[in-house]
Design a binder for this molecule. Sequence first.
Ligand SMILES: NC(=O)c1ccc[n+]([C@@H]2O[C@H](COP(=O)([O-])OP(=O)(O)OC[C@H]3O[C@@H](n4cnc5c(N)ncnc54)[C@H](OP(=O)(O)O)[C@@H]3O)[C@@H](O)[C@H]2O)c1
Length: 254
Amino acid sequence: MNSAWSLAGQSVLVSGATRGIGRAIAQECLELGASVYFFARNAEQVSETQRVWQHAGFTAFGLAGDISDTAFCADLVQWIKTNGAGLNAVFHNVGTNIRKKLLDYDEQEIQQVFATNLMAPIHLTRLLFPLLVPQKASMVFISSVAGLTHLRTGSPYAMTKAALHQLTRNLAVEWAGQGVRVNAIAPWYTQTPLAETVLSNPDYRAEVLARTPLGRIASAEEVARAAVFLALPAASYITGQVLAVDGGFTIHGF
Ligand SMILES: NC(=O)c1ccc[n+]([C@@H]2O[C@H](COP(=O)([O-])OP(=O)(O)OC[C@H]3O[C@@H](n4cnc5c(N)ncnc54)[C@H](OP(=O)(O)O)[C@@H]3O)[C@@H](O)[C@H]2O)c1
């Protein structure tokens, strides 16, 4: 295979890889030859996911923990170091949403969305940086179209995703001298357990499809491939960008 389109011999970290977009990113990286470090909170699902991938002959290592737990993040980074790996790519995929109008949240809910989607990845990113420099690694944030335009609910979610876009641009410039690239993808609705909670409503689903020029919901694999592209050697001159993976949603005017 042309090495520009391969991750052979590389090590990557994927946050939240037991289901949905994160799992599809990890699967794509494994199929392109990478060793994958991953984590999620549910320990049983982490073990089972690791078992499935190892059984398939892939090199995958899972750890159970919550990204918003700073002690866990320190252990995670130490665990990767102990396994001897620098990292060639990091995919910040964990994210959560509480879908309400702004006035309907209580303070704690807003803080929870900010803690998981923004403060935790910032904290982990700072810890991971020393593992990125020797490899001239790539970082990809899984954001959302909610950070690019108005959606009818979820202001705190949208604010965290917009903040990740600016973090992407700032870090891309701060770290360019060390050869570390930073990009983000902004998906629209994607068929995952997180989105199924709203897409299972046929009326809501029809409204979503009516706003989507390609006329269908993305699969997790379609979104994952865009994220993985940004981490490949093939994307070596791309940094500081936010790629909408949205079936045309954000350019759909009238
Ligand atoms: N699906 C969509 O339509 C859509 C659209 C735009 C953007 N996105 C973004 O894409 C990303 C992934 O979404 P998804 O739909 O694939 O989500 P998902 O189906 O809910 O999967 C989330 C993954 O992250 C893990 N996770 C969740 N919270 C965690 C935490 N605090 N610490 C560690 N692991 C955690 C989950 O496992 P545990 O529960 O066991 O921890 C799971 O493996 C998110 O950032 C989301 O905002 C999704």
